[in-house]
Design a protein around this ligand. Structure first.
Ligand code: FES
Length: 268
């Protein structure tokens, strides 16, 4: 894990999303499913983003501009600089025999990198509109559906090894169908390295931090969100948040971060 000041090398529009490219410098891309904390210009807290592509000395992040932090990131231009911290968390385990990638919405963000590392396995992707589905071009060998059709309707009878990222209802459905699936969950994250408990969930009766124990978990191990930050945001609202990029921290997270920095805590 390193924190470096990196330059933006480009920003492309893909449907409603922005593919933000930064010069990797001395940063290791890590394992698909791991994430980086990106400094959001003008905002107190960085935003967690999984690596979408890693090639030619660049790291690329697919970002959905849903709030002030993500909009600030999407407005960055070539040559501008931002602090980048990572790689963080646990990524996907790559020793799988018959991988099937499943993604929903912005949850497809880690799948291009994952597909490249796994040799281009089949993928099933779902989006809310044709405009959002333009991002499917990033994932080779993808079967694509648009609401009201859902990815679960396209799954084969023999699922193989499912590796997925997407909105919580999609992951819950996959967990029921494939208990051993590797699922990338999301949570509001304030620090990204285990210091603030902003991303805590209950797993098998224990409180764990998704930024450290996850974000990729095996299907049967996910529990209920316990973080006061999640409850402040509302679990149902969180379900509608994009996967593949952590949702922006709620206002209470900023308050917690402010309090912690006033107390001299390291977080945020
Ligand atoms: Fe996980 Fe801070 S974001 S502990």
């Amino acid at each position: 894990m390193r924190r470096e000041l990196r330059r933006v090398t480009g920003a492309e529009q893909i449907g409603p999303y922005t593919l933000l490219r930064v010069d990797a410098g001395g940063l290791d891309a890590g394992v698909p499913g791991q994430f980086f904390m990106l400094e959001a210009p003008g905002r107190l807290l960085p935003r967690p983003m999984s690596v979408c592509l890693s090639d030619a000395g660049e790291l690329a992040f697919l970002i959905d501009p849903i709030g002030p932090g993500t909009r600030a990131l999407c407005s960055l231009e070539r040559g501008e600089a931002l602090h980048v911290l990572g790689p963080l968390g646990n990524g996907f385990e790559l020793d799988v025999e018959r991988p099937l990638l499943v993604g929903g919405g912005i949850g497809i963000a880690p799948l291009p990198f994952l597909s490249e590392r796994l040799g281009g396995p089949p993928a099933i992707l779902g989006f809310r509109s044709d405009w959002h589905a333009e991002a499917a071009a990033l994932v080779p060998h993808a079967e694509v559906c648009v609401e009201p059709v859902y990815v679960t309707e396209l799954l084969p009878d023999d699922l193989g090894d499912v590796l997925a990222c997407g909105p919580e209802p999609m992951l819950d459905a996959l967990r029921a169908l494939a208990p051993d699936a590797q699922l990338a969950w999301e949570a509001p994250m304030a620090c990204g390295f285990g210091a603030c408990y902003g991303c805590a969930v209950e797993i098998d009766g224990e409180l764990k931090r998704l930024c450290v124990e996850g974000p990729v978990l095996h299907g049967g191990t996910h529990g209920s969100p316990m973080s006061p930050l999640l409850h402040a945001r509302g679990v149902n609202e969180r379900s509608g948040a994009p996967a593949g990029q952590g949702p922006a921290p709620p206002a209470t997270a900023v308050a917690v971060a402010d309090a912690q920095s006033r107390n001299g805590a390291r977080c945020c």
